[in-house]
Design a protein around this ligand. Sequence first.
Ligand SMILES: Cc1ncc(COP(=O)(O)OP(=O)(O)O)c(N)n1
Ligand code: 3NM
Length: 212
Amino acid sequence: MKLNKKDLLLYAVTDRHWVGKQTLFEQVEEAIQNGATLIQLREKHLDEANFLKEAIAMRELCHRYGVPFIVNDNVEVALRSHADGVHVGQDDMAARDVRRLIGDEMILGVSAHNVQEAKAAQDNGADYLGVGAIFTTATKKDATAVSLSALKEIVANVDIPVVAIGGINENNILQLKNTRVAGVSIISAIFGAEDIGSASKNLLKLAKEVVK
Ligand SMILES: Cc1ncc(COP(=O)(O)OP(=O)(O)O)c(N)n1
Ligand SMILES: Cc1nc(C(=O)O)sc1CCOP(=O)(O)O
């Protein structure tokens, strides 16, 4: 499945830190039912076998709703789970190598923090860029701050779609208006919400305001 730019609108990234009264699958299903347009499975501490098992089940869940499914960092798990794509950062496997392994049909997302990284990612086969951290985030301790003007500069210098990530919530999302991003990528404002369904609904509505 190649990337449909519209699928980037409300891009939810999982985090089992927020698993409590619901399982990760129940949380993701609620997010999808209420507006999440793309799911990335991000597992930082799971062993390979359990990561793969979970990725297969998550891919089935996403595809039941026609939502694309992307695996964070682990190309092998993405391939073996028949995910729609993989997202890698600057410290992960090089984008060019990932593209060689996954072929032309799978989606490749790459993190970028400046125009140089963004252009290199595009040249090396990225389908979209994740740019952040735009706002302060407690979720990723080693995030690099990226200003709104740097985000705009990146968007203006590449042809592929860009999603903003990092600390985005219902109170600050509208600051992304006029940045020309294709969507917002969010963890805690969705999965850390008291009511994942209503948070997703509201964020989708606001994301549409940003992207229109
Ligand atoms: C959509 C999106 N954008 C950026 C990231 C961050 O990726 P990375 O830099 O590899 O950091 P980790 O997620 O691995 O901590 C992302 N995951 N998704
Ligand atoms: C996974 C991730 N990547 C970032 C980057 O800057 O590349 S910030 C981030 C965490 C996003 O979580 P939250 O929505 O809870 O802030």
